[in-house]
Ligand binder design. Structure first.
Ligand code: SAH
Ligand code: CA
Length: 228
């Protein structure tokens, strides 16, 4: 995940375009295979499958260390309702796309540090990052959540309703770009968001960034998942 302060336009574009890991997404390895264990979200995560996207163990460089961090630090802090969305997501054919709880807790910390109130999310899936954002922002906070896949959003929706935070969410079943362009037609939307989380189609991050630079306020934050 990479976090970009909104004024830092050129550097951010370089980050998005030049990351070797992003090039890897653009040219995926052959023989991709997935299992829930590859997500390292189960205590018996031990499968080694060559060529899976989880071969890259992130900054920690060790599956065991990642598991240790999850068990000692991340899972104990994860709200029960987020665990519930994660469990529901395991039944989704594309379960591996769901946000991991460690990245979620970084987002929660950032939202908290900046007292974010008005946020936007591109790429909702079953709603893990959406619910954690909704739990973090104040009761009159708002999240504009955009994803063409309403069905996946509706898998997690009962948990969002149970959490009592649905009123903060404006879900748009659409690709992100037309919604962003529509927002930009109205001057009053410029600089109106405190925070953006981008987790949609990775090849469009550059064009999303151009729009979000105008929509997120100076001093706001744009967070891109799957870039390191
Ligand atoms: N943030 C989610 C994971 C998102 S997975 C979580 O917390 O679990 C990526 C999502 O991007 C998928 O749901 C997919 O439907 C969505 N997506 C794909 N193309 C998109 C587009 N053009 N605009 C917005 N969302 C898109
Ligand atoms: Ca992601």
């Amino acid at each position: 995940m990479v976090c970009v302060g909104a004024p830092n336009f050129t550097a951010a574009l370089l980050v998005v375009y030049k990351r070797p890991s992003l090039r890897c997404i653009l040219q995926p390895k052959k023989h991709l295979a997935f299992s829930p264990r590859m997500m390292n979200l189960q205590s018996n995560a031990s499968d080694e499958v060559e060529g899976s996207p989880w071969d890259h163990k992130g900054l920690l460089q060790s599956k065991e260390l990642y598991q240790y961090v999850l068990e000692t630090s991340v899972y104990p802090r994860e709200p029960a309702l987020l665990k519930e969305i994660r469990a529901i997501t395991e039944n989704h054919p594309n379960f591996y796309m769901g946000a991991t709880p460690d990245s979620g807790q970084l987002i929660a910390m950032l939202l908290n540090l900046m007292n974010a109130k008005n946020t936007i999310e591109l790429g909702v899936f079953t709603g893990y990052s959406l619910l954690l954002t909704a739990l973090q922002i104040p009761d009159d906070g708002k999240i504009l959540a955009i994803d063409p896949d309403r069905q996946s959003y509706e898998m997690g929706l009962p948990v969002i309703q149970k959490a009592g935070v649905e009123h903060k969410i404006d879900f748009k079943s659409s690709p992100a770009l037309p919604v962003l362009d529509k927002l930009l037609e109205d001057k009053k939307n410029k600089g109106s968001f405190d925070f953006a989380f981008v987790d949609a189609d990775k090849t469009s991050y550059g064009i999303y960034h151009e729009r979000l630079m105008q929509l997120v306020k100076v001093g706001g934050l744009i967070v891109y998942d799957n870039t390191l």
